[in-house]
Design a protein around this ligand. Structure first.
Ligand code: GTP
Ligand code: MG
Length: 197
């Protein structure tokens, strides 16, 4: 799979640190501790690509991984966590907001949510942004290994229903587990499609 070629490219905390806005990028967003970095590692089949942390909310950077020339995966910092000084936080939010709204290379958004706690405020906000921009989005309901199959199916159906009611019915929704790799092939197909790999 092409995603297995991913390698760390660099991290951006300011616009000047970003790669040129000319390629194809897929962003991974989600609350702190939802399992974004673990999902990236599962999709790329690299256990130590994105750092997996039990201490949430530390990085305030866009972390770029290069899959192929001008094809990137971007690990966004977990939202819903505010262990940083206010001025830094304001700078960061402005940067992220701008990037998300104007980045032309951005081809798709993966929203990573704990299957037991999906669609919190910030998740909805990210999905709304994506819909408003006409950006395709895909929801990974991760940590599915924590639920039985029946409960998983219920959670997926509930999220689909809520998104449809919110005018985001085009957003894909699937169960996922970085732990046992459930749903990895399905998610890879979505990401590869967006990156035109
Ligand atoms: P931040 O970078 O802090 O925003 O967190 P993150 O969203 O990148 O989460 P991360 O991948 O670091 O995972 C957080 C915790 O959840 C870790 O302890 C992981 O081992 C655990 N975890 C992640 N995915 C899964 C999963 O699919 N199943 C289970 N059981 N645990 C998971
Ligand atoms: Mg992370």
């Amino acid at each position: 799979n092409p995603l297995e070629k991913a390698r760390y490219l660099g991290s951006a905390h300011t616009p000047a640190q970003l790669p040129p806005d000319g390629g194809f990028e897929v962003a991974f967003a989600g609350r702190s501790n939802a399992g974004k970095s673990s999902a990236l590692n599962a999709l790329t089949r690299q256990n130590a690509l994105a750092r997996v942390s039990k201490t949430p909310g530390r990085t305030q950077q866009l972390v770029y991984f290069e899959v192929a020339p001008e094809r990137y995966l971007v690990d966004l910092p977990g939202y819903g966590y505010a262990k940083v000084p206010m001025d830094l936080k304001a700078h960061w939010e402005r940067f992220l907001d701008n990037w998300f709204r104007t980045r032309e290379a951005l081809r798709g958004l993966v929203v990573v949510m704990d299957i037991r706690h999906p669609l919190k405020d910030y998740d909805r906000q990210m999905i709304d942004y994506a819909v408003a921009r006409g950006l395709p989005a895909h929801a990974l309901l991760t940590k599915a290994d924590k639920l039985g199959r029946g409960q998983q199916a219920q959670a997926v159906a509930a999220v689909r229903r809520e998104l449809a009611a919110a005018g985001a019915g085009g957003v894909g929704v699937q169960a996922f587990s970085s732990e046992n790799k459930q749903g990895v092939d399905e998610a890879r197909a979505v990401v590869n499609g967006w990156l035109e790999l």
